[in-house]
Design a protein around this ligand. Sequence first.
Ligand code: 4AD
Length: 404
Amino acid sequence: MSLYLMQIKGWVHKVRDLGKIKFLLIRDGYKIMQAVIKKGESPDYLLDLDIPIESAVEIEGEERETNGKKEILVKDLKILAKAEPLPIDPKKATPKKRFDYRIIDLKLPERQTLFRLRAKVQKFFRDWFMENGFVEINTPKIVIIGAESGAEVFPVLYFGKEAYLTQSPQLYKQMMVSVFPKVFEIAFAYRAEPSRTSRHLAEFTSVDAEMGFIKDEYDVINTIKKMLIDVSEKAMQTKEFEELAKPIDLGFEIITFDEAKEIVKGNPNEDLTTEEERKLGEHFMEEGVSFVAVTKYPWSERPFYTMRLDDNPSYTRGFDIIFRGLEIISGAQREHRYEKLLENIKEKGIDPNKLEYYLMAFKYGMPPHGGFGLGLERYLRQLLGLDDVREVILFYRDIDRLLP
Ligand code: 4AD
């Protein structure tokens, strides 16, 4: 029995042709609907129409229920764009092929679910910041000095001068806490890291925040704790998450760098290795703790802007957050005292003249402050229990890939 006339627009996901009846699955980016072309009930020409999968179509028909399932009995079908035969089957292709033909890979419904979730998670972060008094900022991505001490910058020819793609909004977000007490930014950041790993991208999405008037780094860590729990809870409540992954525990622990090294029996004179992060994650996950904040990093492992402990300057107020065995955040209380900052810059072998505009902000009322940067792809990888950050970014960039 027909209910009412309706129109659907989408892509032909599958076709099953039984001669007198054709079943079409139509995908609209959110869901999949069944459309039926039936001899005697649909116009005859539709039975002979060639409808290749992935063609973009517009269908008019009657909604009805068959065996308790809703479907649409097709009365008219327009092919808006006829698709050529697909060069790969993304369900069977190797990762390399899938990423070469990413636009076809993205037509898999599970990929759409993932990227709808990514869009929601990005919104949850943004909403969280806005609800908690952070002002969204947009800082330059073409810069003159690398923000994160390392040499991993991409040069850009800028009207005859050498500039770089920014590694992080670090310097600008700090400058901005002399203007607004709380700021955040969600944007791409660039690292010319020649590594081929499942956690490094040359272009990643950095969720950055900076807060002024803090007491110490624990103010920042507690802010992160609230944010991670709130965003993760919301993410896990989405229908997309339900389809993709299993809920995780949201326990949060704070330990020192030296304690972390003791747990994993590692060398306290070097940064936590990937393997040590993994071990640390496993150790805590057994107790329902997914997030481990590792505080009091050695000065030798942190960039110039990190505040050192006044009574023990070989340690800092810098920290990392390990999420189920992978670093997803690094943060710190920053050095806001002009003279001390200058000393630290020189000690790290950086020419202060190159930081003239950054340093200017510290002369005119820079409050005690701190903040953090979260790698969105790493967060999503861990939240979904995936094994590669490349899966959660639309078109990834690494040493081997600049296309598509
Ligand atoms: O540890 P990083 O380099 O720290 C900063 O950028 C500081 N400005 C943050 C701060 O506010 N103190 O990067 C921060 C986070 C990492 O924990 C990681 O999640 C992510 O950014 N990240 C990357 N993600 C993917 N690919 C890469 N190559 C990444 N490099 C950093």
